[in-house]
Design a protein around this ligand. Structure first.
Ligand code: SAM
Length: 363
């Protein structure tokens, strides 16, 4: 470790935030020793808040229709080879019923931006989920909507919303998305969700085309300032039917490094070890947990549609029943000394000491 990197690692381990140039220097200059120190501290911080519990969320992929054309995504509108499906309210409830039986107490409804799911369709689905499973949290991950729409879904009972910001660098955002998509609107959505009282998740892909230590520095500064309740980060993986088909996948090592940094920047954040991480490395999700993550999201979608929600190539867990996915993850977590827990797993907000707050670097 160079002296510069050592000093940055020390400050992060002491609970400080860095400036953008410092995050960039950390990412560019990192080595195994720096990663090990951050990992050790990240795990200690997570343990002090959550013990050795790993939270599970049952992921229900409700639609592969999408009006957007994100350049990295396999279900983008212009992929004529994508297999499209959408689940009815009744099918979603059946997935949740099976999930409840398996011990899930959070259901994540994720999908492309599919116009079929109007506020009134979603209202009925959310109300029915809350009525049948009152002890469960409902998380939505359905992309960009209006303030009024987010308000209606919150009033229906949705508790949390995941909307990765994708990149906090405006020019990089422009390189990953078609012209009609807007960085400002994505950021507006995140602010609206917070104002409405959702537990909010942001996040980004690691290794997306055009990403640099400088763009990652902006992501880290954004995450540190926004203090999300959840943060989804996972490696970019190319999809054969997208313009990024020939781009290299993101790195497992850098993803794990960033998981540790994010745990230190947001000590109580709910941080998933993602399916994409597990897709790139046979022990990817275990490595994620050992780097500071504390959430896994096994798939509850019906087996018949699993392969159709193909965001990237070779996606893991597309051929297994929900019960198998859960049992597999339970066994994997146990093998590294962690316990899957079944309660809702809401974010815990510890009091940050005054002195530490004051030392945060301004954005
Ligand atoms: N439509 C919603 C939205 O935009 O937030 C949710 C669905 S979207 C497919 C979920 C996430 O998948 C995106 O936020 C993106 O980060 C991730 N994703 C898409 N394509 C990917 C790829 N090729 N590799 C890794 N992650 C990808």
């Amino acid at each position: 470790m160079t002296e510069t990197v050592r000093a940055l690692v020390d400050r992060l381990c002491a609970g400080e935030h860095l400036t953008e140039p410092e995050y960039a220097a950390l990412v560019a200059g990192r080595d195994g020793e720096a990663a090990a120190r951050l990992r050790e501290r990240a795990v200690a911080v997570r343990r002090s808040i959550y013990g050795d519990a790993v939270f599970t969320r049952g992921l229900i992929e409700i639609s592969s229709f999408c009006k957007n054309d994100c350049l990295y995504c396999g279900i983008r509108r212009s992929n004529a080879n994508a297999q499209r499906y959408r689940l009815t309210g009744e099918e979603i409830l059946l997935c949740a019923q099976e999930g409840y039986r398996l011990g899930f107490r959070t259901f994540v409804l994720q999908g492309g931006e599919d116009g079929y799911y109007t506020d009134s369709v979603l209202w009925d689905i959310i109300r029915a989920l809350k009525r049948r499973f009152p002890d469960c949290a409902v998380t939505l991950s359905l992309g960009e909507r209006s303030l009024d729409s987010y308000r209606a879904l919150r009033q229906a009972g949705a508790d949390r919303y995941l909307l990765r910001h994708e990149t906090a660098d405006r020019a990089h955002y422009g390189a990953l998305h078609p012209r009609e998509m807007s960085f400002d609107n994505r950021m507006r959505c995140l602010q609206d969700l917070r104002t409405l009282g959702y537990q909010v998740g942001c996040g980004f892909m690691v290794g997306s085309p055009g990403q640099t230590p400088e763009t990652l520095a902006k992501d880290l500064a954004f995450v540190a300032a926004f203090q999300p309740d959840m943060c989804g980060i996972g490696p970019f993986i190319p999809h054969r039917d997208t313009p990024f088909r020939d781009r290299p996948a993101g790195s497992v090592e850098l993803t794990c490094f960033l998981l540790s940094v994010i745990r230190l920047l947001c000590p109580a954040v709910l941080l998933p070890a993602t399916t994409a991480l597990g897709t790139l490395h046979p022990q990817g999700r275990e490595l994620g947990i050992q780097s500071g993550a504390n959430v896994v999201m096994p798939n509850l979608s019906p087996l018949s549609v699993r392969k159709k929600y193909a965001l990237y190539d070779n996606k893991l867990c597309t051929g297994e029943e929900s019960a198998q996915c859960r049992a597999c993850l339970e066994q994997r977590m146990r093998s590294i000394g962690y316990e899957l827990v079944t309660h809702r797993g809401d974010v815990r907000k510890p009091q940050i000491p005054r002195e530490r707050k004051a030392r945060r670097a301004p954005l």
